[in-house]
Design a protein around this ligand. Structure first.
Ligand SMILES: [Zn+2]
Ligand SMILES: [Zn+2]
Length: 274
């Protein structure tokens, strides 16, 4: 059983209104013993598709976030172990700002995510204009590789196939074999640096998608290449989704060969049986 959700958003993320306290309560009720808040920080987010999203839209007040985290963690002490994390949006031109941010705060966990590739977010339909879905996916894996070559101060790579969530066709099966070369390079780099690969369950609980992000074939490949460090995250933006689809995700991870998962504290992994 997975006892730790390590990808959760609260109202400190610009796209979320949920209270930290309610998240902690729901996590306890779901039987989790540990939860890491991982609020969005995307420097210079491109407001291409929605002019209300200013470039600093996804830049939280991290001091306010940390202060509230400390009080909520103390309130729930002894019932659930709450941790302080960040989901950092990578783009090549903000690598230095990301480095500075990570060094300035006492994070337990830093997730690196690609939410923007070539100045567009695959969440929005404009990302797919003039591109087939295959071309769009190719862009994502190229950009992911380029970004993690440039920036390495993170613990976990988040939702490796993020764009699969938002493909216009909404298909239930996406073959990632055509991108194998870049995906292998990404996995090898993570393994070499002892960084974790996240198993993100959002599509499983949100739309009954049959795979985690990344899917089982990529998890098996990561294992085959020697990768052993995985984390689980629901990517919940509402308290009642915390720990969503964890039983199914654990089964997929076991099938891919994993026997344990990592839980981060002060940016160090501790391992627990799957
Ligand atoms: Zn994300
Ligand atoms: Zn997230």
């Amino acid at each position: 059983m997975i006892l730790a959700d390590q990808h959760v958003h609260s109202h400190h993320s610009a796209d979320c209104k949920e209270s930290m306290d309610r998240i902690a309560v729901c996590a306890e009720e779901a039987g989790l013993t540990s939860l890491c808040f991982t609020e969005h920080n995307d420097f210079d987010y491109p407001p291409v598709d929605n002019k209300d999203l200013t470039p600093d839209f996804f830049e939280p007040d991290i001091t306010a976030y940390h202060d509230e985290y400390l009080s909520i963690a103390a309130r729930h002490a002894g019932r659930i172990d709450l941790r302080f994390g960040i989901e950092l949006g990578l783009q090549q031109h903000v690598a230095d700002r990301n480095r500075a941010l990570v060094s300035e705060h006492p994070f337990d966990l830093v997730i690196a995510s690609i939410h923007v590739a070539r100045r567009r977010d695959p969440y929005f339909p404009s990302f797919y204009e003039g591109r087939t879905e295959e071309e769009a996916l190719a862009v994502i894996f190229e950009e992911t590789l380029e970004n993690i070559r440039l920036f390495d101060d993170f613990d976990v790579l988040g939702h490796l196939d993020y764009a699969v969530r938002y493909l216009p066709s909404r298909r239930q099966r996406v073959d990632l074999t055509p991108y194998r070369e870049n995906i292998d390079e990404i996995l090898r780099l993570l393994i070499r640096r002892e960084q974790a690969l996240e198993i993100n369950t959002q599509s499983m609980w949100k739309r009954q998608y049959p795979e985690t992000h990344p899917p089982r074939a990529v998890l098996a490949r990561y294992h085959e290449l020697g990768g052993r460090i995985i984390t689980f995250g629901s990517d919940a933006h509402q308290a009642d989704h915390v720990g969503g689809a964890f039983a199914g995700a654990a089964a997929i991870a076991r099938e891919a060969g994993f026997t344990e998962y990592a839980v981060y504290r002060a940016r160090r992994a501790e391992f627990y049986p799957l």
